[in-house]
Design a protein around this ligand. Sequence first.
Ligand code: XMP
Length: 520
Amino acid sequence: MDNQLCIVLDFGGQYNQLIARRVRECGVYCEIKRYDTPIEEIKKLAPMGIIFTGGPNSVYDETSPHISKEIFDLNIPILGICYGCQLMAYTLGGKVESCTVSEYGKTDTYYDKSCVLFGDNEGMPDKAVSWMSHTDFVSELPEGFVNAAHTDNCPQAAFYNKERRLYAVQFHPEVSHTEYGLGMLGSFLKNVCGFSGDWAMDDFIDSTVTKLREQIGDKNVILGLSGGVDSSVAAGLLSRAVGKQLTCVFVDQGLMRKNEGDFVEETFTKLFDMNFVRVNCQKQFLEKLKGVTDPEKKRKIIGTEFYNVFWDKIREQGATGFFAQGTIYPDRIESGKGNAAGQGSTAVIKTHHNMVEKPSDINFDGTIEPLANLFKDEVRQVGEKLGIPHDLVWRQPFPGPGLGVRIIGEITEEKIKILQDADAVFRDEIRKSGIESQLKQFFAVLPDVHTVGVMGDHRTYDHLIAIRAITTDDFMTADWARIPYDVLARVSNRICNEVDHVNRVVYDITSKPPGTVEWE
Ligand code: XMP
């Protein structure tokens, strides 16, 4: 990878991560920085282009985030989006006013194709839909700027100064509802900034492996492997970089899905060069969980015990060299949530389950986070390229406390076995039915319920299994999946026949809200 960098300056808008994703889709490497990043630091980073994001404020608010005029004199192309567009106009002497008619959502927009954002955008017509979300608008352009688009209610929907390579759009090109939006971003990046647009995951792997080798030298690295996508891909990269200098510690609390622990062990011991340490500690966990039925208490015990086991193992191994984590970009970013003055601006590091607190008695030479600048789907691409099995790379989300939050009431070894077996049947039938890719998450739950049934000539009084499958974009809201009846019938039939101590299966038809995805 060469060093072509685009900076997305965050003014607290809700689509900031999406802008970064789109820039990368254009084959350009980018990083999100706070709006108040010192100009000196920006100069040092030497970006080839800068994008100002949207934001919830008005440029006239006392607390609104502003930027030094100097940034426009760095001779770096800038694209201002929404608030960023208004800020550019305001800072350079234009005028911003409240709209008489605010624009929200899809809006017919008329484009001047002599502007490179629109003219070099293949197949783009003079009129297309853009996605608007604003209550202020630019009423007067700064000197030297020309108009490039308008809507019925917004006279300056886009404007630019070609000589100074400054561009601004009132709408959101990053949102998929803006027709030709990705092309506009691509045209800014390639035709205005001059990016080659060939940043790809292969470059990322090669350059990261080189950097890791330089950083680690002949020291050791220890990584906590959970069996999730992020830590697995981090393990794959580190293994490629330093082989046996890497030790992965895999804490198997016995609350994973059926055979999952063995699958993780087999994958990493057979396919990758590393030291692999598996700590089987189901008994220890069950001891701590004995008699505990409160969901939050269970979560807390499982979380705490996990790290106790992990750090004890590190103490036993001896903490030398580096400590690695599978932190990814969204873990590090707290995106703007609409509060004033960009308080919600990105780059505020938040505590996340991927970012572990280290006990004070354990000292490493430093922490390594090889995926810290990647989004989830990019992590998956890297995983595929490293040869990590498809099932692991595309693993559906699995809660940290594992089956612990899918066994309602007290957790026992017997219940874990019942749930693992039922869940395995459900997953097998979903896979065979060919609808797996339509579902974001699907799993079995063991409620603490016994019901009466009949098997042969005998009355039974056995466990109930609930199955849950959802569709969702973001897991904040979700709908229950309309799984075909014949698939449900096979699942129910097989679970009752093949899993001991289960005599009834129900399908959860609750959306989120009011339900949550998990039952606890
Ligand atoms: P809920 O149940 O909150 O789930 O609607 C939303 C998403 O989060 C996952 N989830 C968890 N993940 N630790 C995790 O790492 C947890 O304690 C936890 N609880 C829920 C859930 O599987 C779904 O993807």
